[in-house]
Design a protein around this ligand. Structure first.
Ligand SMILES: Nc1ncnc2c1ncn2[C@@H]1O[C@H](COP(=O)(O)OP(=O)(O)O)[C@@H](O)[C@H]1O
Ligand SMILES: CC(=O)N[C@@H](CCC(=O)OP(=O)(O)O)C(=O)O
Length: 255
């Protein structure tokens, strides 16, 4: 999504899906954009296990960049293409009820980082019914109405499960899950739950790929029929996956 041309092409394909009767729901991230703004403000970005350490000041930036900047950029692009989009964060309609993410190690405190407690999908269902493409920023809300920063992959998995989506598709910067993370030729077209658990324990799946496979497994357990991890850096990944038999990316399956 950092490449404006690729972003536009992708959004075009999403509007095409809507046009032919499929109901896409977009969950976006924005880690690099948050880092850029923090850098401009001379605030240091810190991560523990791939999650951003989010103090109050950082949370203000996270919410601003995700909900106001990235979200509205995507919404405006869709609307420009004659489709209808509405952008929301987890605060709207209590869409993403969240609680602070706690760790067994009490030394580990990420501040305003949350995990999903409950998705209230009614608002999204209503928007779909009315012909809109919902665009969702991964900010949750706690019981006190405070925003919590949640990994976008985790939100997408939870949301697909709550919506009983037919498909969950993660777009990333590699051609799928690989036996050797750095070797594109070692991509596998399918991976089962037990293989995933094995690969995680052997360190073959790690870093940013972890929340994606976890999201896929959770979605499948909740009734989502197909889950995929695809390369967002090639042309038309969604169309290839949905409308052709070409095996792009990796599909996650139950054993
Ligand atoms: N087995 C694996 N196969 C492919 N990529 C992997 C694997 N294990 C870890 N990764 C890493 O996961 C990254 C994708 O996650 P991430 O950087 O969070 O992407 P995004 O920003 O698209 O969500 C890849 O660039 C790769 O470095
Ligand atoms: C808790 C946590 O780390 N939240 C992420 C939310 C955005 C995100 O997930 O963006 P990407 O998909 O680009 O990584 C963050 O602050 O960067």
């Amino acid at each position: 999504m950092a490449d404006p041309k690729l972003k536009e092409k992708l959004i075009e394909d999403i509007t095409l899906l809507k046009y032919v009767g499929i109901n896409p729901v977009i969950v976006h991230g924005g880690g690099p954009a948050i880092n850029k703004t923090l850098d401009r403000l001379n605030i240091e970005a810190n991560f523990i296990d791939g999650l951003r350490v989010t103090d109050k000041e950082t949370m203000e930036i996270v919410e601003m960049v995700l909900s106001a900047q990235i979200n509205k950029e995507i919404v405006a692009l869709i609307n420009k293409m004659q489709a209808k989009a509405v952008g929301v964060s987890g605060k709207d309609g209590n869409l993403i009820k969240a609680k602070k993410k706690e760790f067994s190690d009490p030394e580990k405190d990420l501040g305003f980082v949350g995990e999903v407690e409950k998705i209230n999908p009614e608002l999204i269902e209503k928007l779909i019914e009315d012909g809109y493409i919902p665009v969702i920023a991964p900010v949750g809300v706690n019981d006190d109405g405070e925003g919590l920063n949640i990994n976008a992959d985790a939100v997408a998995g939870e949301l697909a499960a709550a919506l009983k989506a037919e498909k969950l598709i993660y777009l990333t910067d590699v051609n799928g899950i690989r036996f050797e993370a750095k070797d594109p030729e070692s991509r596998v077209s399918q991976l089962t739950f037990s293989e995933i658990k094995q690969w995680i324990s052997e360190g073959k799946i790690q870093g940013g790929m972890l929340p994606k496979v976890e999201g896929c497994m959770q979605a499948v357990e909740s009734g989502v029929i197909r889950t995929h991890i695809l390369n967002g850096l090639v042309a038309h990944p969604l169309l290839l996956e949905i409308f052709t038999d070409r095996g792009v990316g990796t599909m996650i399956l139950k054993d």
